[in-house]
Design a protein around this ligand. Structure first.
Ligand code: MG
Length: 459
C-alpha cells in the first residue's frame, strides 16, 4: 500500500473536544452540497474555514451566509462584487478568485482538512497545493490522481499530507482496508496487507444492455438519466460510456499502488456493494451502503471516527437479490482504453482524460455521437503513443515530467512507479511536473477538437 494512504500514524484526530477546520473546494457542486449536508449534522465537530464554488454565485452566497467561513473562492474575478452584494451586511469574508485563489484556499494555514471536489483536470492544481501544504485531503477529484498520481505521492511523502478517497469505490476499498492499513507493519516499514486484488463495482450506467444501434443515436438526455446515482453531467456521461470506471481503475492503481492486473471491474446494477477487496486467502470484503455520496464523504470527514451520514443502511430483504456481471467490452471500449493508457504510462493517462473531457463536452453540445467518444480518445492516445515511442527510439524512454503513472515495471503487487517519491528533487520539481502535465493536457485537447470535427454529429 502507498505510504501516503497508510501514513495513518499521523495524528488525524483533532485535539480533545476540538473541531476539525475544513476548506471546501467545489462547495456548490454535487459532492460539495452533499458534504455540507453532512457538516450540518455535526456543527460541533467542524469549523468551515473556506468555501469555493466556480460559477453558481447565488448558491455560494447562500452557503456562505449559513456557514460564515473566513474565506470564499470563485473562478471569475468579475463575480466578486456580485457575490459581495449577495452576502449579509454584517459578514465580510476574504474573497479570492481564479486559479491562484483556489490554490491559496487549498493551502490555508487555518484549515487542517481540504475537500477537493472541483470537476475535471482543473482540480489538480488545488489538490497539489493542498498536498504540498501537508493537508488531510478528502479527495473527490479523481483526475488529480489520473493525471499526477506520482507527483501527489511525492508531495505527500515530503509534506506529511494524507489523501482520503471520497470516490465511492475507492472509499469502499479504504473502508475494507482501514482495519489493517495502519496496524500491520512487519518492522521494515512495509504494510503487510495480504491484498491480492481490488474489485471495483460499476452500475453499468443508463446504457447497460443496450444494442450498438441504440448507442449510435443515443441523446445527451438519455445518457444523463442515470438509474442509481445523482451526479454532475460530465461524470454521468462518463458513467454511460464506462470511462468513469476506466478513470477509477487508474485512480485505484495510484491510490493503492497496484498494477492494472490486480484491478478488476464487475457490473453490479443495484449499486449497493461499492467495491471489494480480495485477500491472498481468497476472502473478499465488501462495503454495502445506499448509493449516496454522503456515506463516503462522512467517512472521510470524520476519519478515523465514523460520523452519522443522515442515512440508514440498505434494506437487504427489500432488495431481495444482488446481481453481478462482467463488463461488456465490445459496447463499452473506454474501460480497455483506460487500462491501456495506465499500463503504457508516459503521459497516456493525461491524454486519455483530456480527449475524453473534450469528447464528452462535444457530445453534450450535440456535436459528437455517443459511440464516437471512445473513437476520439483512442485516436488521441494512439497518436500520442506513436510520438512518445518515436522520441524514445524503442518506446521505453522517459518523457520529461510526464513519466508519471508507469506501473509496467512494478511487480504485480509492487508500487506503481516505485521510484516516484524520489523523482522530484523538491517542490519546484513537482510544480514543474504539474505544469508539464497541463501542457500535454492542452495539446491533447486541441488535437481532440480537430478530430471531433471530422466525426459524425450526434442527433
Ligand atoms: Mg465512483
Amino acid at each position: 500500500m502507498l505510504d501516503y494512504i497508510s501514513k495513518l500514524d499521523r495524528a488525524l484526530v483533532p485535539p480533545e473536544g476540538g473541531a476539525r477546520s475544513i476548506a471546501l473546494l467545489g462547495s456548490t457542486g454535487s459532492i460539495g452540497r452533499s458534504a455540507l449536508e453532512v457538516l450540518r449534522l455535526h456543527p460541533e465537530k467542524f469549523r468551515v474555514r473556506a468555501l469555493a464554488g466556480a460559477r453558481n454565485i447565488p448558491l455560494l452566497a447562500a452557503q456562505a451566509a449559513e456557514f460564515r467561513p473566513d474565506y470564499l473562492g470563485l473562478m471569475a474575478e468579475d463575480d466578486i462584487s456580485r457575490l459581495r452584494g449577495l452576502l449579509p451586511a454584517d459578514f465580510n469574508p476574504v474573497i479570492l478568485s481564479g486559479r491562484e485563489g483556489y490554490e491559496r484556499i487549498a493551502s490555508l494555514a487555518e484549515a487542517e482538512m481540504v475537500l477537493s471536489a472541483q470537476a475535471g483536470a482543473a482540480g489538480l492544481r488545488a489538490t497539489y497545493a493542498a498536498a504540498a501544504a501537508g493537508k488531510i485531503i478528502a479527495l473527490a477529484n479523481k483526475e488529480s490522481l489520473v493525471l499526477a498520481g506520482g507527483v501527489l505521492r511525492a508531495a505527500c511523502a515530503r509534506s506529511g499530507a494524507v489523501i482520503l478517497p471520497v470516490d465511492s469505490e475507492h472509499n469502499a476499498v479504504f473502508q475494507c482496508l482501514a482495519g489493517g492499513i495502519a496496524a500491520r507493519r512487519d518492522g521494515t516499514g512495509q504494510t503487510q496487507s495480504g491484498v491480492s486484488r481490488l474489485i471495483l463495482t460499476a452500475s453499468g450506467g443508463p446504457f447497460w444492455g443496450k444494442t450498438r444501434e441504440f448507442l449510435k443515436t443515443a441523446s445527451p438526455e438519455q445518457a444523463l438519466d442515470h438509474p442509481n446515482w445523482s451526479m454532475g453531467a460530465k461524470v454521468t456521461i462518463d458513467s454511460a460510456t464506462l470511462m468513469n470506471k476506466g478513470l477509477e481503475l487508474i485512480e485505484a492503481g495510484q491510490l493503492y499502488g497496484l498494477p492494472m492486473s490486480a484491478l478488476e471491474v464487475v457490473v453490479h446494477r443495484e449499486s449497493v456493494v461499492h467495491s471489494l477487496v480480495e485477500f491472498c486467502d481468497g476472502a473478499q470484503l465488501a462495503q454495502f451502503g445506499r448509493p449516496d455520496m454522503r456515506i463516503p464523504i462522512a467517512y472521510c470527514l470524520g476519519f478515523p471516527h465514523r460520523l452519522g451520514s443522515g442515512l440508514p443502511g440498505p434494506d437487504l430483504p427489500a432488495l431481495g437479490a444482488l446481481t453481478f456481471a462482467r463488463p461488456d467490452a465490445e459496447n463499452f471500449p473506454c474501460l480497455a482504453l483506460a487500462r491501456r493508457a495506465q499500463e503504457r504510462g508516459r503521459g497516456c493517462p493525461v491524454v486519455l482524460n483530456a480527449a475524453n473531457e473534450e469528447a464528452v463536452a462535444a457530445f453534450l453540445a450535440r456535436r459528437l455521437a455517443f459511440t464516437s467518444i471512445p473513437l476520439v480518445v483512442e485516436h488521441c492516445l494512439d497518436e500520442h503513443w506513436e510520438r512518445v515511442a518515436g522520441e524514445a527510439g524503442r518506446g521505453d524512454g522517459q518523457v520529461s515530467g510526464l513519466s508519471d503513472a508507469g506501473p509496467e515495471d512494478a511487480g504485480r503487487l509492487g508500487r506503481v512507479g516505485k521510484n516516484a517519491p524520489d523523482r522530484y528533487a523538491d517542490a519546484a520539481g513537482e510544480r514543474a511536473a504539474v505544469e508539464g502535465i497541463f501542457a500535454l493536457d492542452a495539446l491533447a485537447r486541441s488535437r481532440a477538437k480537430e478530430i471531433i470535427e471530422t466525426l459524425p454529429r450526434s442527433i
